[in-house]
Design a protein around this ligand. Structure first.
Ligand SMILES: NC(=O)c1ccc[n+]([C@@H]2O[C@H](COP(=O)([O-])OP(=O)(O)OC[C@H]3O[C@@H](n4cnc5c(N)ncnc54)[C@H](OP(=O)(O)O)[C@@H]3O)[C@@H](O)[C@H]2O)c1
Length: 250
């Protein structure tokens, strides 16, 4: 299908300058389907793996924006109350069901649990657009924190999550800040995101925007430490314009 509509039109202006243009026909089939839905601004399906502080907060924001979310964890039965409070756009499943459900998947579990999650999913995230919010920390998975330091957070996340199209997002601000500041009157709060895959970044930009923040693509996964716990952008609450100025982006 070639709608002639640039994929970039699904994203907010301002993010666009950092990306090259491209038509839907030029994209891989999975992303083309995602983009086609995005072009009509129909709600997307978002799988949420880990529905705690971060996952639960973002689920609420995405439902508010009209997206369908599937909440999951190792104990999905415990998420039924949250899904009921979120309404008919929210459902509950296993992590494998959430992975299959999502046009995009948010992973928001303790970083030390990534290997277990990856094993349990058996490759279900391969090629999926995954928003990775996890922070490698010594307290929640010391071995993996060491590996992430040595090999890079992006490669480590990709390895254990089974080679998804990875975007780092929502890792630099606390869930309380996300809940409080989402959709604030302009200028909205900036959300730095990064990744190596242009189309995945486009989709992630839309989801960041729909959650109520201004996405700023700050680079490739090599910069992941900047937005992770202890990084230079950790806890930084600022506008997109100020963030771009600070980082020397356009
Ligand atoms: N909290 C914040 O403000 C914040 C900010 C930025 C980044 N982060 C990062 O985001 C991630 C999540 O943090 P959080 O505070 O939201 O954690 P949380 O409140 O403890 O929630 C974690 C969720 O993950 C699920 N889970 C744990 N292990 C799992 C597994 N192996 N498979 C599937 N689901 C699993 C848990 O449910 P079950 O135990 O029932 O499976 C729970 O729903 C962490 O990596 C953290 O570093 C957190």
């Amino acid at each position: 299908m070639n709608t002639g509509r640039p994929l970039l039109s699904v994203c907010r202006r301002g993010v666009l300058g950092l990306l090259a243009g491209g038509s839907l026909a030029a994209l891989a089939p999975a992303v083309r389907a995602q983009a086609a839905r995005g072009a009509g601004r129909a709600g997307l399906n978002i799988g949420i793996i880990g529905a705690g502080n971060i996952g639960g907060t973002l689920a609420g924001l995405w439902v508010k924006a009209g997206h369908r979310v599937m909440l999951s964890s190792r104990h999905p039965e415990q998420l039924k109350g949250l899904a009921e409070r979120l309404g008919p756009l929210a459902s509950v499943g296993t992590p494998a069901e959430a992975a299959a459900f999502g046009d995009a998947v948010l992973v928001a579990i303790p970083y030390g649990s990534y290997p277990q999650l990856g094993r349990s999913l058996g490759g279900a995230l391969a090629g999926k657009v995954v928003l990775d919010a996890g922070n490698p920390t010594s307290s929640r998975g010391p071995e993996l924190a060491d590996e992430a330091r040595a090999s890079g957070i992006g490669p480590t996340s990709r390895k254990y999550l089974g080679n998804p199209r990875l975007v780092r997002a929502f890792s630099n601000l606390g869930s309380g800040v996300l809940a409080r500041e989402a959709n604030r009157p302009p200028p909205r709060l900036a959300m730095p995101i990064l990744g190596d895959d242009r189309e995945a970044l486009e989709l992630a930009s839309r989801l960041v925007s729909d959650a109520g923040f201004d996405p700023v693509i700050i680079g490739t996964l090599e910069r992941a430490p900047d937005t992770s716990m202890g990084g230079s952008l950790s806890g930084v609450q600022t506008t997109a314009a100020e963030l771009r100025r600070r980082l020397g982006l356009n």
